[in-house]
Design a protein around this ligand. Structure first.
Ligand code: PLP
Length: 356
């Protein structure tokens, strides 16, 4: 049966990405060799790396003065690399979810951390707005999309200090004004490629101001210098990312993806509001993510959650079980998810309600 892949991560990739990557794994551009078995310093792979970097610049309109890096270690290693390279004395963090919280915990190993606001007491069900960004910090760190809780900061904020963002689960979902950020990072496995590559977009001039010695592999300047080739990069994941970015470009770029994402999210949130058995766990509609749509059953239907999960799964809805810290359901509707899959989920929600 057709599967509609709502997995939060690793997650859906475009059929184009999967097909082209599979072809390159079998035979890279009729070379008789696999992408997996050629040197990362071959001219074939160097061209793939360059093109992927160039597509980042083009699709996100990255201004000059920024470098694009492809590293390993996941977004989780960036929780440590960011303070290692940027934190002199004190940094500010916005605590909007488990990932944000993990990032700020790591920063505490390197200096003072000012948690400017947190929605933890409400199980991260909203984006705090009642705070001001301190000026006496080296940077302000935000998590733009809270993958687990289904909240999102959808606009690029103005910050009086360097702004650093974890965009693991919403990169390429909307146009971003990169010039407002000192550094943007994310794991690839939510909206770009299979797991294994981590992208970093960093403004060159923010580096080189800390006094501590930085281990080579954790020093952004080394990776800039070596064009992400200090050691062997994750070649297959980068190759897959290149195809995804080609596909985004063909779809009309990031603004076209954004339009489609807004539309997919709107129809699903409308159904959650309309359907008497479901409700959103995010009260403020402005905070609701367009990438990870979380919802629960109304109190009086709570005992039906397992039934709905089984019902929807039998209809081909894969990966909609909510994260254990929220419960209920989570439909991750990343760029590669067609509207028809969202409509199939809505159909299952309606059919389930009718048969109750
Ligand atoms: C998935 C995710 C992470 C963790 O990424 P890894 O690549 O597994 O380290 C961090 N931040 C956010 C927002 C995520 O969605």
């Amino acid at each position: 049966m057709k599967q509609h892949n709502f997995s939060a991560g690793p997650s859906i990739l475009s059929p184009y990405t999967i097909k082209k990557t599979a072809e390159g794994i079998l035979d890279l551009d009729k070379s008789g060799l696999s992408i997996m078995e050629i040197s990362h310093r071959s001219k074939e792979f160097m061209a793939i790396m360059d093109e992927t970097r160039q597509l980042f610049v083009e699709l996100l309109d990255i201004p000059s003065g920024y470098s694009v890096l492809f590293l390993q270690g996941g977004a989780s290693l960036q929780f440590c690399m960011v303070p290692y390279n940027l934190l002199k004395k004190k940094a500010a963090y916005l605590d909007t979810g488990s990932w944000a919280n993990k990032a700020l915990k790591e920063a505490k190993l390197f200096g003072e951390v000012d948690t400017v606001a947190s929605s933890k007491e409400a199980n991260y069900s909203y984006i705090p707005r009642d705070y001001s960004i301190p000026r006496d910090v080296d940077y302000f760190h935000i998590t733009t999309n809270n993958t687990i809780y289904g909240t999102e900061i959808k606009e690029d904020m103005d910050s009086p200090v360097h702004l650093v963002a974890d965009m693991s689960s919403d990169i390429f979902s909307r146009p971003v004004d990169v010039s407002k950020y000192a550094l943007i990072y994310g794991g690839a496995q939510k909206n770009l490629a299979p797991a294994g590559v981590t992208f970093v977009i960093v403004k060159d001039e923010v580096l080189g101001h800390v006094e501590r010695a930085i281990p080579t592999m954790l020093d952004y300047r080394i990776h800039i210098d070596k064009e992400s080739m200090f050691n062997t990069p994750p070649v297959v994941a980068i190759y897959a990312a290149m195809h995804t970015l080609h596909w985004y470009r063909e779809q009309g770029g990031v603004s076209a993806m954004h339009k489609l994402n807004l539309d997919k999210a709107a129809v699903l949130y409308d159904e959650i509001e309309r359907n008497p058995i479901f409700t959103s766990n995010i009260a403020n509609a402005d905070d609701r993510s367009i990438m990870n749509v979380t919802f629960v059953m109304k109190e009086e239907y709570k005992e039906k959650e397992a039934d709905f999960l089984a019902f929807a799964t039998a209809q081909g809805m894969s990966g909609i079980k909510g994260h254990r810290s929220v419960g209920g359901f989570r439909a991750s509707i990343y760029n590669a998810m067609p509207k028809s899959s969202v409509e199939a989920l809505i159909g299952a929600m309606r059919d389930f309600q009718k048969k109750l």
